[in-house]
Design a protein around this ligand. Structure first.
Ligand code: SAM
Ligand code: SF4
Length: 426
């Protein structure tokens, strides 16, 4: 979501006559787009801004700004901490960046704008990816109304707001004309798309409509909340040809007591039910998830339940985090804070179990033939090409640059933890 916000900022700046530079030293304007989901992400922002301080000294005309969740959360306080900042603007004000730049240029004074609006106009900024890009993000909704006890998103991104159905379809059509083959639909909880519109549109209806758009070969989405994963959405994995066999479905914990305290509003059995139905509708679907360890009150038995759930599901990939306390969230007031060393131990144990599961899953693909949509040169060597399977696994193989945007058949010859190696068949 932040990557896409940055693309939209770049689009706005191009409209104001700016061009992108690969080097901060050359820049006339630097905007740091920030995340504050965990404390570590927030601390990175301060060290990054510290590194820009000397650039500002050497080039007094340089404008330096901060946007996104840290800006939303800190507002004026950021100027107090970092007096050389020119711009601080929050998640609902992205579309006003050109206006803010003029204000700073005209007054020489910093601009701080962190108000929330009824609707978020940046939701509709069409950020066409670079010519030749295979994939693009499409925002379908903003904000979140779920208030999980650990999460700052509802406070920093505001109330849930779905984008108009026909605007989304128009954007996807424009992307297809631009040469995009794969779209990833973005929202904090895409499954509840349409609720705030009140006109009968739903996420499954949106998936089916996008599935009809010529030129779009692959549809992905993120993120799905298990409590809202309806049978209708699950059926799309069977019925919509372009919908990739992959879902990111964050579980957060395998313990019902922890899930209840997290305010996730499902139990582990409900989650396992979702997984069973997904696999029935779409055998071979790859499933990834998010898990937090060390949430307040998580006992060793609770943690073992999470490992048990992982054994039952066998995720393809997993994003796992130590619980990080965030100001303003309900969990700040919870008892039973877990010791940092214990959180670290649990994370290491959980990640080593997941590494075994991921490697086993990848090993099973050796000898099989997969469809790969080629995205560009491989990171390892530019002589090789890199693409993804429909199940979102990275495949590197020998192949020329003219393959970008093409879907090729590749036989898998070797499996690693984070990628596969293959040989092109056609
Ligand atoms: N909307 C998505 C959902 O409901 O699953 C997730 C959004 S959040 C940006 C991504 C992930 O960050 C969450 O799934 C959760 O695992 C993790 N996360 C959020 N708040 C956290 C916190 N306070 N400490 C540790 N991890 C956190
Ligand atoms: Fe945060 Fe996701 Fe829960 Fe919303 S649904 S509060 S974004 S974890």
């Amino acid at each position: 979501m932040n990557v896409h916000d940055s693309e939209q900022l770049a689009q706005l700046l191009e409209g104001s006559g700016y061009t992108t530079t690969g080097s901060a030293k050359e820049a006339d304007l630097i905007i740091v787009n920030t995340c504050s989901i965990r404390d570590k992400a927030e601390q990175k922002v301060y060290s990054q801004l510290g590194r820009y301080r000397h650039l500002k000294k050497g080039k007094p005309g340089l404008m330096l700004g901060v946007c996104g969740c840290v800006a939303q959360q800190q507002g004026e306080r950021l100027i107090g901490k970092i007096p050389y900042l020119d711009l601080v603007f929050g998640t609902h004000n992205i579309h006003r960046l050109p206006e803010f730049i003029s204000r700073v240029a005209n007054t020489g004074r910093p601009v701080v704008e962190t108000g929330f609006h009824e609707t978020v106009p940046s939701i509709g900024i069409l950020a066409l990816p670079e010519k030749g890009s295979v994939s693009a993000f499409v925002t379908i909704m903003q904000g979140c109304d779920n208030y999980c006890a650990f999460c700052v998103v509802p406070y920093l991104r505001g109330r849930e707001e779905s984008r108009k159905f026909h605007d989304i379809l128009a954007e996807v059509r424009a992307l297809a004309v631009h040469g995009v083959k794969e779209v990833t639909l973005l929202g904090q909880n895409v499954n509840s798309y349409g609720k705030s519109l009140g006109n009968g549109h739903s996420f499954s209806g949106l998936l089916r409509a996008i599935g009809e758009i010529e030129g779009i070969e692959r549809i992905r989405f993120t993120t799905s909340h298990p409590k809202d994963l309806s049978d209708d959405i699950i059926a799309c994995f069977r019925d919509v040809g372009a919908l990739c066999e992959f879902i990111h479905l964050p579980v957060q914990s395998g313990s019902d007591a922890v899930l209840a305290r997290m305010n996730r509003r499902y139990a582990s059995a409900d989650y396992l039910d979702c997984v069973r139905k997904l696999r029935e509708a779409c055998p071979g679907i790859a499933i990834s998830s998010d898990i937090i360890v060390g949430f307040p009150g998580e006992t060793e038995q609770d943690f073992q339940k999470t490992l048990d759930l992982m054994g039952k599901v066998r995720f393809d990939t997993l994003f796992s985090f130590q619980y990080s306390e965030r100001q303003g969230t309900a969990a700040v007031g919870f008892d039973g804070k877990v010791d940092p060393d214990e959180k670290r131990r649990r994370l290491i144990e959980l990640q080593s179990l997941q590494d075994r599961h991921t490697q086993e899953k990848n090993d099973r693909l050796v000898g099989s033939t997969v469809e790969v949509l080629v995205e560009g040169p491989s990171r390892n060597t530019s002589r090789d090409a890199m693409g993804r399977t429909r199940t979102n696994k990275i495949v590197n193989f020998a192949g020329g640059g003219n393959l970008v945007g093409k879907t090729v058949r590749v036989r898998i010859v070797e499996a690693f933890l984070h990628s596969l190696r293959g040989e092109m068949l056609d």
